[in-house]
Design a protein around this ligand. Structure first.
Ligand SMILES: Nc1nc2c(ncn2[C@@H]2O[C@H](COP(=O)(O)OP(=O)(O)O)[C@@H](O)[C@H]2O)c(=O)[nH]1
Ligand SMILES: [Mg+2]
Length: 274
């Protein structure tokens, strides 16, 4: 498959057999020619088989199957890497579970492909956006997460945890996606934070976020604690970098790298000295 000069939609899946068929059909109804890359982590429910049979019906639907459940962030890193290598001009993130309505795709893609945005976020929290039927605790969690991310990181984004978004290839090359380490909500926040730090143009467009029809959410307490922890570390790092006048040479704290907050701060300060 050749993506040169076109957007690529990357969809990570884990046990989405009940959703992925409708998702692909509805995306293709909106954008018949669009390239879709599904990254499935050997879902026990046979999601991959559904994708394989649809790829015989629809053009430009491709499947990558990985050995085990390796996480949402790593699925996107892989998909984006392939898209960039093959010359895609923009890269789309979306869930398979129909929370992200395929009917909103053209507008989000247009913002990047035609209106010069580097990141267009499908947002629940701008005028016209909504999340009807979302359970109260999930709404609270999302609101609190966004508020905390905004306070800790100073990003002026209303819906920084939204996973329905489009990046320009150019900004993904600039922010070096391979070194993004977070996996769940923190992945979305880290990506948005990096785009802003790289002076990318971020816009939000309203979406209606629906609760998933089939299957269960893979988001867990671990994903939430990871987001809180990483936002705190990045926030401290960013402030230290600002105080030491070293924001330009600022290195992002990496989960697998230095193992503690203290090390991350020391690292920032050292950077200033050298
Ligand atoms: N490949 C892959 N996909 C995943 C993994 N975890 C979640 N997903 C997919 O990522 C998307 C978002 O996950 P979801 O459970 O809907 O999270 P929520 O929207 O926050 O409830 C869905 O399409 C999932 O099937 C994973 O470990 N590997
Ligand atoms: Mg979802």
């Amino acid at each position: 498959m050749v993506y040169t000069g076109r957007p690529l939609v990357v969809i990570p899946t884990y046990n989405e057999a009940g959703n992925i068929g409708e998702a692909i059909r509805r995306i293709k109804r909106q954008l018949p020619e669009i390239d879709i890359l599904v990254v499935d982590d050997s879902s026990p429910d046979g999601t991959a088989d559904v994708v394989r049979s649809l790829s015989e019906v629809y053009p430009n639907v491709e499947l990558i199957q990985r050995e085990g459940k390796l996480g949402l962030g790593s699925a996107y890193r892989l998909g984006f890497g392939i898209g960039l290598e093959r010359g895609a001009t923009s890269l789309v993130e979306m869930d398979a579970d129909l929370s992200h309505e395929p009917e909103s795709l053209p507008e989000l893609i247009r913002a990047v492909e035609e209106e010069g945005a580097d990141l267009c976020i499908g947002s629940r929290y701008v005028r016209g956006g909504a999340s009807p039927g979302l359970k109260t605790y999930r709404l609270l969690l999302s609101r609190a997460g966004n508020l905390y991310a905004a306070l800790a990181l100073g990003i002026g984004i209303r819906d920084a945890t939204s996973g329905f978004r489009v990046y320009s290839a150019q900004i993904l090359r600039k922010i070096d996606v391979d070194t993004v380490s977070a996996d769940g909500y923190a992945f979305q926040i880290e990506m948005a934070f990096r785009v802003q730090a790289a002076h990318g143009k971020v816009v939000e467009r309203p979406i209606v976020f629906r609760d998933r029809k089939f299957g269960t959410s893979k988001m867990s307490l671990h994903v939430v604690t990871e987001a809180i922890f990483l936002c705190t570390v990045w926030g401290i790092q960013d402030r230290v970098a600002k105080l030491t006048g070293n924001r330009g040479g600022y290195t992002h704290y990496h989960k697998e790298g230095s193992a503690s907050v203290v090390q991350a701060i020391v690292h920032s300060a050292r950077h200033k000295e050298s």
